[in-house]
Design a protein around this ligand. Structure first.
Ligand SMILES: Cc1ncc(COP(=O)(O)O)c(C=O)c1O
Length: 405
């Protein structure tokens, strides 16, 4: 009998990039198994307690059957998302909303709804790395315009965006506030972006997962604020309870569009995956109906953490810019390759039995040569732990025997 080989994995299966945030997790697990404490500033997993109403609702679920939910979302959850948008200033009726399994699924649906295999989505790098993963999974090409740290990672002039658009471009995707840079885009740059999109007949996918986390008295401008018929047809909002309610494991997000054809397409994608989690959809209803008390507190908590981490980084002489939102900061490290350094932190280094895990910067870029000296830090720990994590980072950099920049 002929020797059989395992069937070949698809090209996109082979091309899917590892998450820069998660790929070193096995090394962190090994460090912990050796007894080392690891400060996780690599991932957007807040240390904050999930609000009690969410936990109480999950604990008290008492039905005898745990059923599928309707594909577009539980009626209670759709109506609660609508109340949430009213609370933050937008009129979104339930037929312009679909509840998804986290913002992640909303992203996957949005990409599939706007682009066919071989089409392009335009991004700005550094960018939320999973956009690459979703694009590869749908055989969609990504094109990235590199942003300038000197300019606070703000959006480039319209002409530069225009130059990157081809006959295959279908959408521009942004995260605002931005992961990984923490930049908050202002009304004018969003307006200009929308103008380019209208001129070129493109969709705008606006990922507003971190909407409430804007500091220094800034106001967040949602893409929902642009209300012309052209904006209404092309803006798609990706949203999530994960960060705003410190409930990443609930896996509840939503997609908003005022374009009936998009809602119809996404509704059919949603049918194919049956439903988002039933118990968690119900559990987040109270927070969605009355979000502001918690999110105002959350904003000031993260602003305090942002201030603390920024001051410690400056004190440690590490090059970074003060971010205005989300809970991330990009830092330039004096090493040749932050991937190697991040691995070394977990495999070969400890400071009194403690080390840190960071997300190497290169994974947030599409352009191969970019980001090798950068790391993204997530200030998702309390201020004391953040201070210790930055101290450890400074000590590690002094001891690092690898390549230096
Ligand atoms: C910018 C951005 N969008 C979307 C997501 C996905 O979040 P979730 O699927 O937990 O809602 C994240 C998570 O880190 C994110 O940072």
């Amino acid at each position: 009998m002929a020797v059989t080989q395992a069937p070949r994995v698809s090209q996109r299966g082979r091309d899917a990039p590892p998450s820069p945030v998660r790929k070193l997790m096995p090394l962190a697990a090994a460090a912990k198994a050796r007894g080392t404490t690891v400060y996780h500033i690599n991932i957007g997993q807040p240390d904050l307690a999930t609000p009690e109403p969410i936990l109480a609702s999950i604990r008290s679920y008492s039905e005898s059957v745990l059923p599928y939910a309707p594909s577009r979302g539980m009626p209670e959850t759709l109506s609660a998302w609508s109340s949430y948008y009213a609370a933050v200033g937008y009129d979104i009726p339930t037929d312009e909303l679909i509840v998804t399994t986290g913002g992640s699924e909303a992203l996957a649906f949005a990409f599939m709804a706007v682009a066919d295999p071989g089409d392009e989505i335009l991004l700005f790098e550094p960018t939320y790395a999973n956009y690459f993963g979703f694009a590869v999974g749908s055989a969609i090409e990504t094109v990235a315009i590199t942003l300038d740290p000197e300019d606070g990672f703000h959006l480039p002039a319209s002409a530069r965006i225009q130059d990157a658009i081809t006959a295959r471009t279908r959408a521009i995707c942004i995260s605002n506030p931005n992961n990984p840079t923490g930049t908050v885009y202002d009304r004018q740059e969003l307006e200009e972006l929308l103008e380019v999109a209208v001129r070129n007949d493109l969709f705008v996918i606006s990922d507003e997962t971190y909407r409430e986390l804007v500091f220094d008295g800034l106001e967040h401008t949602s893409m929902l604020e642009f209300d012309s018929s052209e904006a209404r047809d092309r803006v798609i909002i990706v949203d999530s309870v994960s960060k705003r309610f410190s409930a990443t494991g609930a896996r509840v997000g939503c997609l908003v569009s005022r374009n009936p054809a998009i809602m119809d397409a996404v509704g059919r994608f949603a049918q194919a995956r049956l439903s988002a989690p039933t118990v968690e959809q119900l559990a987040v209803v109270p927070m969605l109906k009355d979000p502001l008390p918690y999110t105002s507190w959350l904003r000031s908590e993260y602003e305090g953490r942002r201030n603390a981490v920024y001051e410690h980084l400056l004190h440690a002489d590490l090059a970074c810019r003060k971010p205005s939102g989300a809970f991330y900061i990009m830092v330039t490290l004096p090493v040749e390759d932050c991937d190697d350094f991040a691995m070394w932190l977990l495999t070969d280094f400890d400071s009194n039995g403690e080390t840190v895990m960071v997300a190497p910067g290169a994974g947030f870029y599409l352009t191969r040569s970019m980001g090798r000296q950068q790391a993204r830090l997530a200030y998702v720990l309390n201020k004391q732990d953040l201070a210790r994590a930055v101290d450890i980072l400074g000590e590690a950099l002094r001891q690092y025997p690898g390549g230096r920049a």
